[in-house]
Design a protein around this ligand. Structure first.
Ligand SMILES: Nc1nc2c(ncn2[C@@H]2O[C@H](COP(=O)(O)OP(=O)(O)OP(=O)(O)O)[C@@H](O)[C@H]2O)c(=O)[nH]1
Length: 255
């Protein structure tokens, strides 16, 4: 896995400052300074309170990247996280790691905890354990690798077995930049997605095509679900993805 993710993988999930302020908001216990009724200056307290609000408020949405080894899961996440694409030697992910990103959706913050899994078969039993509490799954195949596309049905079978019924699923045909090496047509991806009633788009971690859109669309769907609008007609991730992809493909009218 890419080195740039190492810090995130071992990121502390609990803010110790938060624990201290929440347990003892105005306690009379001696402070480390030795003053019994010590109170931090008002501006410091204010800063801590802002910290508490920000740390508590956004719900964390667990999002997992899945798909065969080499389809570009790590590359997609690194591109989204850092804006960079590292070509060259492919080193397969070992185990699992995560990165946290906050996405703005209509002025609200949606916090995604994005897990990058190892695609290799030998790690499958490890990654299954993570499906259960996932809110969203980004399922990738490689448009230059027909086998990775054929395996999508098996992946969807595993998802049905191990994930929650209402998990948000997005199918991504990655490496869309590889024009001449393409082995899976866009229409095939669209057809499969329609069959399983999941959102679909083609992406490229190399060129950046649709990388932000994939995560933003998932964040949008999760936000609407969190607000209890799941069954209303206000938002459909499939329609949103279709509209946004069409907008990015069409040249401006009249040109
Ligand atoms: N041309 C092109 N190459 C890509 C793209 N995404 C990934 N690659 C390359 O494909 C190879 C595999 O990418 P990874 O991101 O490591 O694949 P992975 O799915 O994380 O693989 P595992 O960790 O084994 O599950 C690397 O050499 C990447 O540089 C893309 O969009 N376009």
């Amino acid at each position: 896995m890419d080195d740039s993710m190492d810090d995130d993988v071992f990121e502390a999930t609990e803010d110790t400052r938060l624990r201290v302020t929440a347990d003892h908001p105005h306690s009379n216990t001696p402070s480390p300074t030795g003053y019994r009724n010590y109170q931090p200056p008002a501006e410091v307290l204010k800063l801590c309170q802002t910290d508490v609000i920000e740390a508590v408020e956004p719900k964390i949405h667990k999002t997992i990247l899945l798909g065969d080894s080499g389809v570009g899961k790590t590359s997609l996440l690194v591109k989204f996280d850092t804006g960079k694409f590292q070509s060259g030697n492919f080193s397969a992910t070992v185990g699992i790691g995560f990165s946290t990103k906050v996405v703005s959706v209509d002025q609200t913050k949606v916090k995604l905890q994005i897990w990058d899994t190892a695609g290799q078969e030998r790690f499958r039993s490890v990654t299954h354990a993570y499906y259960r509490d996932a809110h969203a799954l980004l399922l990738l195949y490689d448009v230059t690798n027909k086998i990775s596309f054929d395996n999508i049905r098996a992946w969807l079978g595993e998802i049905r077995e191990y994930a929650q019924d209402d998990v948000v699923i997005m199918l991504l045909g990655n490496k869309a930049d590889c024009g001449t090496d393409r082995a899976v047509r866009r229409e095939e991806g669209e057809r499969l997605a329609r069959e399983y009633n999941v959102a679909f788009m083609e992406t490229s971690a190399k060129s950046g095509q649709n990388v932000d859109l994939a995560f933003v669309a998932v964040a949008r769907e999760l936000k609407y679900r969190q607000n209890g609008q799941k069954d209303s007609n206000t938002f459909s991730v499939q329609d949103y993805v279709r509209q946004q992809s069409e907008r990015s493909q069409c040249p401006p009218c009249g040109t």
